[in-house]
Design a protein around this ligand. Structure first.
Ligand SMILES: [Zn+2]
Length: 387
């Protein structure tokens, strides 16, 4: 059985250990040690990374009660690691500390939600970015703000976090979260006045080390609420990124940093108004062009001004002038919108052919079909002119 150094001390970064067993699996050499500071993946948290001697520890898993350290199955490593080898281990403490900030932040958050609303954390994931928490009850925007204030207050109170290993008798009188069936000794993480929870993961010693807890997002999820939070260094990086984005918007819109949303709203309104105006001008211009077109068998037009409803209006306005069909196309990036009308032929087979030839979609009635194609203007022009 491996002694778990992280169980009682989250700050051991370097340690001596001995290989007690090893085996190979795929491209890895799998090591079991007499003691380790490497936290294996578990309880919603990814594993520690680090080094055993000079070898990178790529993965750490708890398999059948054994903590397995995965290192590359290289010639050098096979020589270095044998049963009985004494090794020096070192964990990547930057990653570990970030994980601890997130995990302790999650306990504070879940503890406060539980005591205020009685909701349980029924899903927890601590990845390399945001931490997601699923609660079995609905939190509204006001509730989320209230919780965000209280969790940060618990951080500023700099409470000392304790890890307890109670006897079965003591455990029966303690009220704690996460009462899952755990074989063997239950490990409790206590944040005084805030939370008591069964947990196998390393935590920071004082809540102040969490730094800040930021709610990044919340949404209704399976009848409850899914929240994404960031703590400590990750929250700082996120806030810095968002402030930079806002600063850029402020420069671009010439608005104060505190008023960027109003400035963007104004720009969007202006953009809509201009689009409307341009469409009106295009319509007038194209109506003039349509009048100049002489009657013929086929009329084929490509024009990027034929946006939205103008495409079908323009096509229909030319219908009487074409004895076979009028086909209008509006190229827009990689996509070409089309509208084809005829007073003499059923256009549906042609529409089908076009869609098949140019990964298109669309359809319509015998006398008018509409849709979009993914193709170049030249290819579509060659195709329709050959009809
Ligand atoms: Zn936990």
């Amino acid at each position: 059985m491996t002694e778990k150094l992280f169980d009682t001390d989250s700050y051991i970064t370097e340690f001596e250990c001995k290989v007690i067993d090893l085996y190979t699996e795929d491209n890895f050499l799998c090591l079991i040690l007499d003691r380790t500071a490497f936290f294996p993946e578990g309880g919603g948290q990814t594993c520690d990374k680090g080094w055993l001697n000079s070898a990178n520890v790529e993965n750490v898993q708890n398999i059948g009660g054994n903590i397995i350290h995965f290192v590359e199955n290289s010639e050098e490593n096979v020589k270095m690691f044998t049963v009985g080898s004494v090794l020096s281990g070192k964990i990547d403490f930057k990653k570990r500390f970030s994980d601890m900030q997130q995990h302790t932040g999650e306990h504070i958050f879940s503890g406060i939600v539980h005591s205020l609303y009685g909701y349980n954390n029924v899903g927890f994931h601590l990845g390399t970015e945001v931490v997601t928490l699923d609660f079995d009850g609905e939190l509204k925007e006001d509730d989320v703000c209230k919780v965000e204030n209280l969790v940060n207050k618990a951080v500023w109170d700099n409470l000392e976090i304790r890890v307890l290993f109670p006897s079965d008798e003591e455990l029966s009188s303690i009220d704690y979260r996460s009462k899952i069936e755990i074989e063997g000794q239950t490990r409790l993480v206590e944040i005084p006045g805030v939370d008591m929870c069964a947990c196998c993961a390393p935590h920071v010693k004082f809540t102040g080390e969490v730094g800040i807890i930021e709610v990044v997002n919340f949404e209704r999820y399976k009848g409850g609420t899914r929240l994404s939070i960031l703590c400590g260094e990750r929250a700082l990086a996120d806030i810095r990124h968002k402030l930079n984005e806002n600063r850029r918007i402020s420069v671009l819109t010439k608005a104060k940093q505190s008023d960027t949303a109003v400035a963007v709203e104004r720009l969007l309104e202006e953009n809509e108004r201009l689009k409307y105006e341009i469409n009106g001008l295009n319509r007038r211009f194209l109506e003039g062009e349509a009048e100049k077109i002489e009657p013929t068998d086929k009329i084929i037009i490509f024009d990027s001004r034929l946006k939205d409803k103008l495409l079908s209006d323009f096509t229909l306005s030319l219908m009487e002038k074409a004895s076979e069909f009028v086909a209008c196309f509006c190229p827009d990036g990689d996509v070409i919108k089309y509208c084809i009308a005829s007073k003499t032929i059923d256009l549906r087979p042609l529409c089908k052919e076009l869609n098949t030839a140019f990964s298109g979609r669309g359809g319509g009635r015998p006398e008018i079909v509409q849709g979009s194609l993914t193709a170049t203007e030249d290819a579509v022009r060659a195709f329709i002119e050959a009809k």
